[in-house]
Design a binder for this molecule. Structure first.
Ligand SMILES: C[S@@+](CC[C@H](N)C(=O)[O-])C[C@H]1O[C@@H](n2cnc3c(N)ncnc32)[C@H](O)[C@@H]1O
Length: 359
C-alpha cells in the first residue's frame, strides 16, 4: 500500500498557509461551529458504537488526509463513478444551464469541486456575476478549493461554508433575487440510509422555493463485480481511506484506535426483500480489543472478527429514487445517463406543495 503521510503533510501545510488569504474581496467565509445544530459533540459516535452492528458516521472520513485520499480514489482505474459523472457533465452541463437559466449555485459536499468546474463554466456563459457557495465538513480542502476557484474565475463571488449540510443549510444567506440551484454530486446521497435520506430531502425541500432547482448525481445498480472492484482497489487507496477514519477519531476525540488491529472490508449487499442495494465498507477488528475515546469518556469492546460499518453507498434504481424525490416535492425535469447506464444526473425542480406554498 502506498504511504499516505505525504498527503497529510501537504494538505495540512497548504490549509495553514491559506488561512491568511481568506480575506479576499470576492469571498465570504463561514466556519459553522459548536453553537450550530448537529454540533460535533460525539453523540452520534457513541450511539453508532453502542448499537449492533456497530457503525461510524461516514463524515468522519473527511479530515485533510481523508479528503486527499478521496481525491486519489477519484483517479483510480477501478473507481468509475467520478469519470462517468464527469463525462455526463462534460456533455450536459450547458443543457442544464440552458434549462434553468442564471442561478445562484450552492453545492453540498463539494470537496475539490473538480467536476463542478464544468457547471461553473456553463453558468459563467449566462452570468458575469456568478455566485457559488460550496459547503463541506472538511474545511481544509474547502479553503484550498475556494482560493483556487477565485483565481480560475476572475468574476466569481464565492461563499464558503465549512460545516455539515444541516448547519450550512440553516445558515445559507439569500444574497440574490436569482433562483437557487442546489448541487449534490458524487452519489453522496447514497451514503445516507432511508431515514437519513428523508431528513436530507426535507432540508433540500426547505432550502428551495417552488420553481428552484436541485442537480443530483447518483450511482446506479450494476453487476456486483464492478461495484466491489471499485471499493477494493489494487493500490489499497480505499483501504487507507477507510482506516483513516480511526486516525481522525483518535485526533478529534483523544482515541487510542490502533490501525494495525483493523482491516478494510468492502462488499456489495443486495437484498430485494429488504430494499437494499448497497456497497458496505467496514473495518474488521483483527483481535478482541477495547478502545477508548477519552474526550467522550467512552469505551467500546470489540470481539475478534467484529466489524465497524463506516459507510454505505447505495446503488439507485431510478423509478424508486424518483418516487422518493417526488415525496419531497422535488420532481425530476430531465435525467441523463451514460451509455452503460452506470450513473445518472438528474435536474430536478422544487414543486409547490398544495396548502403550504402553492399560490
Ligand atoms: C463522496 S465525497 C464527494 C465529493 C465531490 N462532491 C465529488 O463528487 O467528487 C463527499 C464530500 O462530502 C463531504 N461531506 C461528507 N459528509 C458531509 C456532511 N455531513 N456535511 C457536509 N459535508 C459532508 C466530504 O467532506 C466530501 O468532500
Amino acid at each position: 500500500m502506498q504511504s499516505t503521510s505525504q498527503f497529510n503533510q501537504a494538505q495540512f501545510n497548504q490549509a495553514q498557509s491559506n488561512q491568511a488569504q481568506l480575506d479576499h474581496a470576492r469571498l465570504r467565509w463561514m466556519t459553522l461551529g459548536a453553537s450550530e445544530p448537529s454540533a460535533d459533540d460525539g453523540s452520534e459516535i457513541i450511539q453508532g458504537l453502542s448499537q449492533t452492528p456497530k457503525t461510524l458516521p461516514c463524515r468522519y472520513f473527511y479530515d485533510d488526509l481523508g479528503s486527499a485520499l478521496f481525491e486519489k480514489i477519484c483517479d483510480l482505474p477501478e473507481y468509475y463513478p467520478t469519470r462517468t459523472e464527469q463525462g455526463l457533465l462534460e456533455t450536459y452541463a450547458a443543457e442544464v444551464a440552458a434549462l434553468t437559466g442564471s442561478c445562484e449555485l450552492v453545492e453540498l459536499g463539494s470537496g475539490s469541486s473538480r467536476k463542478t468546474r464544468l457547471i461553473l463554466d456553463a453558468y459563467s456563459q449566462l452570468d458575469d456575476h456568478l455566485q457559488y457557495c460550496p459547503i463541506d465538513v472538511s474545511a481544509g480542502i474547502l479553503k484550498i478549493t475556494a482560493l483556487d476557484l477565485l483565481d480560475q474565475y476572475p468574476t466569481l463571488r464565492l461563499c464558503g461554508l465549512a460545516g455539515t449540510y444541516e448547519q450550512a443549510l440553516a445558515k445559507l444567506p439569500r444574497t440574490t433575487p436569482k433562483n437557487r440551484m442546489l448541487i449534490f454530486l458524487g452519489s453522496t446521497l447514497g451514503n445516507l440510509n432511508d431515514a437519513e435520506c428523508h431528513n436530507f430531502l426535507d432540508l433540500i425541500q426547505t432550502a428551495l422555493q417552488p420553481g428552484e432547482f436541485f442537480l443530483l448525481g447518483v450511482d446506479l445498480q450494476k453487476p456486483a463485480a464492478i461495484l466491489e472492484a471499485a471499493y477494493n482497489d489494487a493500490q489499497g487507496v480505499t483501504a487507507a481511506f477507510n482506516l483513516n477514519i480511526l486516525t481522525h477519531l483518535n485526533r478529534r476525540f483523544q482515541g487510542n484506535f490502533d490501525l494495525s488491529k483493523f482491516e478494510h472490508w468492502a462488499f456489495y449487499r443486495a437484498d430485494a426483500a429488504a430494499g437494499l442495494s448497497q456497497i458496505e465498507m467496514h473495518l474488521r477488528s483483527l483481535q478482541a480489543q477495547t478502545v477508548s475515546l477519552e474526550a467522550l469518556n467512552f469505551e467500546v469492546a470489540l470481539e475478534a472478527g467484529e466489524t465497524l460499518r463506516t459507510e454505505i453507498s447505495r446503488k439507485f434504481h431510478l423509478p424508486t429514487l424518483t418516487e422518493m424525490l417526488e415525496n419531497h416535492a422535488i420532481a425530476p425535469l430531465k435525467t441523463w445517463t451514460d451509455p452503460k447506464s452506470w450513473f445518472a444526473l438528474l435536474l430536478c425542480q422544487r414543486q409547490c406543495t398544495p396548502g403550504v406554498d402553492c399560490p
